[in-house]
Design a protein around this ligand. Sequence first.
Ligand code: PHE
Length: 341
Amino acid sequence: MKEKIDELLSEVAAFKAENNEQLEDFRIKLLGSKGKIKALFVDFKNVPNEQKKEVGQLINTLKVKAQDKLDEFKSKLAGGDHTSANDMDLTRTATPVKLGSRHPISIVRNEIIDIFARIGFTVSEGPEVEDDWHNFSALNFPPEHPARDMQDTFFVESEEGDMALRTHTSSVQVRIMENTAPPIRTLSPGRVYRNEAISARAHCFFHQVEGLYIAENVSFADLKQTLMYFAKEMFGEKTKIRLRPSYFPFTEPSAEMDVSCSVCSGKGCNVCKYTRYLEIMGCGMVDPNVLENCGIDSKKYTGFAFGMGVERIAMLKYKVNDLRLYSEGDVRFLEQFKAAF
Ligand code: PHE
């Protein structure tokens, strides 16, 4: 009897099921109502009394081991354990990894930086929360200028006195002029804030890329040539530019730059409102007062500056008709720019 039990114990220990039929076979043969273990219990009656305790324990151990084996393979075959090579299907397609894409504002900002980098412009960054000096005073804004009004600018209280969310990245140019000896040729990209009601055409924040070039003998002709190069690189070789006189406190003379409408190629359409041109940036020669405010000798050096809104350029490039789309994070909008970088 003991030999029979030992035999069955090693049979159980060695057993492996490769499929459910084999497992069911095992169950019926050992644990079934007509199985081998049941038969042992029947034979148990004939075991001499003095051996009953020992043999009884052995049969119970066998029963537990057989049941454990059955449970182990049940869960393995049900997919609970993928450790064996047989369980893996290496030919199955992998779970697709969803690739993200760059934001259209980043795409266009990088493109602008790229175009100017080719003619030697570096990139400078600065804080978004600025003091009055860097955002206004150094740039020649008089104390009563409307941009200093609460209606136009977000002011922030701080221990160092009143601060403002920068209204343009010209503040970064002040920081660069204060700390760098000319020649200076740099771009300042970044987010800026204005106190505007949010609509399809205006937002309380947007992105700019401003540029600054300061050296000896820089003239308005250099400014025009540089902007013409930019317009052709950005909107195509046939693009024309137009400079209209304008006013900024920090440049003199100042101008607005228009590019010929890339949608109708200057014939007149809805996008340019039949004016054939689209306004894309402000520019001008840096006012000598600004140079002096920043510690640069205005008798020796001259320079030009320009500034554009990235959203506006992206709107023209991708025909986006609502500014709010840029900051809503709607995947249906954002995934359209997948191929663009
Ligand atoms: N700082 C101006 C603005 O935010 C743009 C600008 C920059 C105009 C440099 C002229 C020269 O509107």
